[in-house]
Structures are given as structure tokens and as C-alpha cells.
Design a binder for this molecule. Structure first.
Ligand code: ADP
Ligand code: MG
Length: 636
């Protein structure tokens, strides 16, 4: 029935469509490209063909008729020097009319804008195009016109998509004889400056460099009837480690991630026992553009006995989403549906074992190779730390991996930290801040520095979250240096700090009472500080409140139900200014000058925390008044 219909080809109606605006912009960039690495287009077309073959093979598990006519799945490249065309064909899943319009006219994934910004500036970055889900469009770097003739597996009518890369494309039905029996044929009408891609050696070179380990044969049509296979076509993960070169790993890594750089870490092993499976995973050496995609999904590929099943099995937890690669099971049923995967106990067991293995490998690498650890941690550390509150079960495992910069050293582990506690130090101290420079300037650190107590500087947004939930490490609780009392009195000072005179204690108490009264409900409390040595004042959160950095973070994110709580104002009783104020308080009590001084102290503390003063006009007035007093009236 379907065949009969196709014998009388429908009238040649070409429908013209506009590219989605984002695609049009991207195409403009491709058409006018000056990229030196134009080879990339071939890798992208081959990668699309390989995906199409994988999809067909998967569909054919349930519907074997789909491949019954032609089970020899392959990619064929045909250069035609007379016509100046290069054709990349596959007998894969194919596309129908709607899919041609949708897949080759719009962009599904986000991030294209980011890619274009990059591509405009640095030439080499064209290599990254595959990562952004827009690889097909790279064919316009070398082709003045692109034709895509496709017949979806199991459907009768084939369609032709055509475009010259300027604003529009056409789609029309094509006659039976002009279309492949199944799958997609992409015909590139090469630009005059791209004719080198018609040379056999060039094609072979590019395929070897980028696509050797596509698990399907890639054939080069050498004459009308003769083709020869030009790639290895074996699934690389099935080969013994010792026979695989770093370049071959890199090529395969590039194929699955679209990345061009070397992977930072390669994990390749075969698990035997209750479940048998092979794992080939990579930690990228560069930051993927979608690392912080709100979906936060891993995209490790699940294969069953070399048959690609899905990218969506979530074989690793979200905090390891950057680890990419293949897991190939020997004993799972081939006909497992993607929906069933979520509840499959075998998948769960594999997920658990592979997660543990990845963490163990990261730990091993971090211990053995500090430089590499630094690179990996800089890019992926904030993501790995998400595991500290999402994966309680593995928190201790993660604590062995997590690295910190502290007031004293960079890249330390918690183990390093607790190995170097001061006498009587009972907690692991931390300071959360927006960035390290700001953190280091915090007055709250002074007392810790004076005692040689190391403080972790937590500057990633995730830090505020896990550190509140983590119970501690090695029996030591985590304690914020900007919250509650400092508990430092038992830790001896290493550096001389000016101290409060015993005789002044009464005066200090009076001053505290005066300031409390003057500031009223602007502060939760006013008290003597243990954490200051140089600055006169600082702000800390009260014990019950959230850490002040977290509070600010939530407020910025627009979380409306956090009420910014009142801070505690701490004063440095050893500071000359505070001592002078205390003497005044003792003599005159709550005078207007001390009222003004109290407001100024609060504002000072706010400014040191990177905040605004409460009332800028009043603040300016106060400071002017003080300066006038200091410099005296202008003499006539
Ligand atoms: P990506 O491959 O990352 O999805 P591309 O721009 O390379 O992005 O391809 C866009 C889409 O076009 C693919 O996802 C696929 O659905 C479709 N497509 C491209 N080439 C083929 C092909 N040879 N056979 C079937 N579908 C294809
Ligand atoms: Mg692609």
C-alpha cells in the first residue's frame, strides 16, 4: 500500500521555510567563516550518521522489519570531482518531513548564543560546535548549498531539504528513484575553496583523526562500484587498555563530547562478577558550556552488548554529570525500554558501583598528581561539592576528595586541615564569602590569624548549603567565623595583640550598654570580641541566625521567605578608639556624641562586610563633623 503510493510521486511542491532566528545567525557565521579547521564539518556529519544508525538499531530490537531489507549498517562517503559534491550517506533511522523541518531548521539545545560569542572571537573554538547541538550547520563552512535527502525507516515517502544557508530552506517530496531506500544522504555542493575535501587522502585523513572509533563502518566510495572501509570501526572500549593510544582515547572522547582538548582523566575498566560490564569514562580537561545547565543531568551512554540504548539512563549522580563516556552491559536484556531503566535493579547496581569507582579514581588522581588535581578541581570542584548535600551516603568519601583554599595554604584536604590543629582548637573554622579576595579582608579573621588558626575560605555558592548540614569531619564540627561566639580563649595567641586593661573592664561594660541603647533594634546584641586584633568592630551572625553570607545569597536570589536577621556588633576592647570611647562613656554616660559614634561604628562594620551604610546622608554628615573637629575651623 505504502509502496504503491510512492510509485506515483506527488507533485513537486517545494515549501519554503524560514530558519529560526538563532539558526540564521549561526549560519551567517558559518557561511562567512574564516576558520582554518574546517575539517570539523565531516566529523559532525559522521557523528550524526552514527547516531542515526544507533537509533535504528535500537528501534529494530522491537521492530525487526525496520532493518530486514538492509541490515548492513554503514556510512558511505562519496566524492564527485565532476559535480564538485561530497556526499555523506547512512542507512540509519532517517527523517520525515516534519523532522527535517524541525531538526534542521531550529535549535533544540540552549547555549548556542554562548557558542557564537566564543566562535566569533577565537578561531580554534569552532571545534566545540558539536557540544552545542548544532553540528549539522557546520557543513555551510565548506558548502555553498546543502541538500539532505532522507527517508525515515518504515515510511514510504522521502523528502528533500535544501538550503544555501541564507535565511530560508525548502522541503519537498522526492521521487522514489532519487532517494535512498532508508536513511539520509547529505549532498554538499562544495565552495571553490573547499575542493580539497574531494581528495581521497584528505577524507581518509580527517576520518582517521576524528572518527576512527565510530563503531560503524565508514566507507569511501573509490569508484562507482567499489568502496573501502577507512575506519577501525570497533568499539574502542572493548579493546584492551594496553592497545589503545592516548590519541585514540582523545579521538573517542572528542566524538562523544564534541570537545577538542585532551580529557583530564580516563577511567577504563571491565567489571566482572554479579554484573558484567565495561566502563570507559572521561573527566574533561575544559569546562563544558552546559556544566550549570538547570537540568543537571548526566549524559553517559548506556550500551547493551555494543548496541546503543540511551544517553538518559543517569548512570552517575548529578554532581558527577561532567563525567562522560560509555557503560556497556553484557548481561542486561537488549529489549529493555528506556522507561524501564529507571527502575531496573541492574542499572541501580551499576550506578552505585560506577559512582564509587569514579570517586575512588578521582581520589587516587588527586593524591598522585597535584597539578592535575588543581585543574580538575578548579573546573569541577563546585559541582562535586553539590554531592556533599545531595549524597549523604558518600559524604565521607567526598570529604576525601574536596579541596580547600585556606587562610594559610591552597588546595588542602580536610585531613590536611585536622592534622594541623592548634592546641585546644576544637572546631574546623570556615568563612563564607563571595570571593577569596573579599574573604581574606574580613576583619573577623584577625583573631584566628593572631592565633595561627587556619580558616577554610569557602567562596562557592554551594558551600553555604553543605557546610550547614555536614556534621563535621573527624569528630570536629564545622564552625563559621562570622557566627556566634568565637571560642578562641583557650587557643594561645602567637602574635602580640593589644589587650584590654583589666582596669578598663568596667568602662567597656558601660560603653557596651551605651552602644546597645543607641543602636536599639538595629542589632541583636553588642559584645566584646575575641576575633578582632586590629579592627575596632565587626559584625557576626547570632547563633540562631543563618550565616550572613548565606543570608545575602538567598536575598539576592530573591528567596522571599528569608528575613535578614539582625547582626551582633562585636567591639575590640583592646583597640585605642574603643578604649577612648569607653573612657568617655564612663565619664559622661549616654551623651549625644557617643550616640553618633555608635551609629558610625555600626556603619564601619557594615562597610567592612561589603555592605552599604544605613543612611548615607547621615553618615556623610557625621564623618564631615569629625573631620572638621580634627582639622579645626579655618583660621581667618
Ligand atoms: P545534534 O547532533 O547535537 O543533535 P546536529 O545539528 O548535528 O545536532 O543535528 C541536529 C539533528 O538533526 C540531530 O539531532 C538529528 O535529529 C537530525 N539529524 C542530523 N543528521 C541526521 C542523519 N544523518 N540522520 C538522521 N537524523 C539526523
Ligand atoms: Mg550532531
Amino acid at each position: 500500500m505504502a509502496k504503491a503510493e510512492a510509485k506515483t510521486p506527488p507533485a513537486n511542491e517545494a515549501h519554503s521555510h524560514n530558519f529560526q532566528a538563532e539558526v540564521a545567525k549561526l549560519l551567517h557565521l558559518m557561511v562567512h567563516s574564516v576558520y582554518s579547521d574546517r575539517d570539523v564539518f565531516l566529523r559532525e556529519l559522521i557523528s550524526n550518521s552514527a547516531d542515526a544508525l544507533d537509533k535504528l538499531r535500537y528501534e529494530a530490537i522491537a521492530t525487526p522489519e525496520l532493518i530486514s531489507g538492509d541490515a548492513d549498517l554503514a556510512i558511505t562517503i562519496t566524492p564527485d570531482k565532476t559535480a564538485k559534491t561530497l556526499t555523506v550517506a547512512d542507512n540509519g533511522i532517517g527523517m520525515n518531513e516534519a523532522e527535517l523541518i524541525d531538526n534542521l531548521g531550529t535549535i533544540a539545545k540552549s547555549g548556542t548564543h554562548a557558542f557564537m560569542e566564543q566562535a566569533k572571537t577565537a578561531k580554534g573554538d569552532i571545534h566545540l560546535i558539536g557540544q552545542f547541538g548544532v553540528g549539522f550547520y557546520s557543513s555551510f563552512m565548506v558548502a555553498a548549498k546543502v541538500e539532505v535527502i532522507s527517508r525515515k525507516a518504515g515510511e514510504a515517502q522521502a523528502f528533500l531539504w535544501a538550503s544555501d544557508g541564507s535565511g530560508t530552506f525548502t522541503v519537498e517530496p522526492v521521487a522514489e528513484t532519487q532517494a535512498p531506500a532508508r536513511g539520509t544522504r547529505i549532498v554538499l555542493h562544495l565552495k571553490d575553496d573547499a575542493l580539497e575535501f574531494l581528495e581521497d587522502w584528505k577524507i581518509e585523513h580527517v576520518v582517521r583523526a576524528y572518527s576512527d572509533h565510530i563503531a560503524h563502518p565508514i566507507r569511501l566510495a573509490a569508484g562507482p562500484e567499489t568502496t573501502r572501509q577507512i575506519n577501525e570501526a570497533s568499539a574502542i572500549w572493548t579493546r584492551p587498555k594496553s592497545e589503545i593510544t592516548p590519541d585514540q582515547y582523545k579521538e573517542f572522547f572528542g566524538h562523544i563530547t564534541g570537545a577538542y582538548a585532551d580529557p583530564a582523566l580516563t577511567i577504563h575498566y571491565k567489571a566482572e562478577g554479579r554484573h558484567e560490564y565495561t566502563v570507559l569514562l572521561f573527566v574533561p580537561g575544559e569546562k563544558p558550556f552546559d556544566l550549570y545547565d538547570p537540568e543537571r543531568r548526566g549524559r553517559q551512554k548506556l550500551y547493551v552488548r555494543r548496541v546503543f540504548i540511551t544517553n538518559d539512563a543517569e548512570l552517575l549522580p548529578a554532581y558527577l554529570r561532567f563525567v562522560r563516556g560509555v557503560i556497556d552491559s553484557e548481561d542486561m536484556p537488549l529489549n529493555i525500554s528506556r522507561e524501564m531503566l529507571q527502575h531496573n535493579p541492574q542499572v541501580a547496581a551499576i550506578r552505585k558501583a560506577v559512582t564509587n569507582k569514579v570517586l575512588a579514581e578521582l581520589k587516587k588522581c588527586f593524591e598522585a598528581e597535584p597539578e592535575k588535581a588543581k585543574t580538575i578541581w578548579e573546573i569541577f570542584g563546585p559541582v562535586i561539592k553539590e554531592g556533599l548535600y545531595e549524597d549523604m551516603e558518600r559524604r565521607d568519601q567526598l570529604f576525601e576528595i574536596v579541596r580547600f583554599n585556606t587562610t594559610r595554604r591552597d588546595g588542602v584536604t580536610l585531613k590536611d586541615y585536622v592534622a594541623d590543629l592548634k592546641a585546644n582548637q576544637t572546631a574546623i573554622y570556615y568563612l563564607t564569602a563571595e570571593d577569596e579576595a573579599k574573604a581574606r579582608m574580613s576583619p573577623q579573621l584577625e583573631g584566628f590569624r593572631a592565633r595561627g588558626v587556619e580558616v577554610l575560605l569557602l567562596t562557592d555558592a554551594v558551600d553555604s548549603f553543605w557546610v550547614r548540614l555536614a556534621l563535621g569531619f573527624d569528630g570536629k564540627p564545622f564552625k563559621s567565623v562570622t557566627q556566634g561566639a568565637a571560642d578562641l580563649d583557650l587557643v594561645p595567641l602567637e602574635k602580640e595583640a593589644s589587650k584590654e586593661d583589666a582596669a578598663d573592664q568596667g568602662a567597656t561594660a558601660t560603653l557596651i550598654a551605651v552602644i546597645k541603647q543607641a543602636l536599639g533594634d538595629q542589632v541583636a546584641d553588642v559584645r566584646k570580641s575575641q576575633r578582632l586584633t586590629d579592627s575596632p568592630v565587626c559584625l557576626v551572625a547570632s547563633d540562631q541566625a543563618l550565616d550572613r553570607t548565606l543570608e545575602k545569597l538567598l536575598a539576592r536570589q530573591g528567596t522571599t521567605d528569608v528575613k535578614v536577621s539582625k547582626p551582633v556588633l562585636e567591639i575590640n576592647a583592646g583597640h585605642a578608639l574603643i578604649q577612648a570611647l569607653a573612657a568617655t562613656a564612663k565619664e559622661r554616660g549616654a551623651c549625644p556624641e557617643l550616640g553618633e559614634a555608635s551609629s558610625l561604628l555600626l556603619d564601619l562594620a557594615r562597610v567592612m562586610d561589603g555592605e552599604q551604610v544605613t543612611d548615607p546622608a547621615k553618615f556623610a554628615g557625621c564623618v564631615c563633623g569629625l573631620m572638621q573637629k580634627a582639622f579645626g575651623p579655618v583660621k581667618a
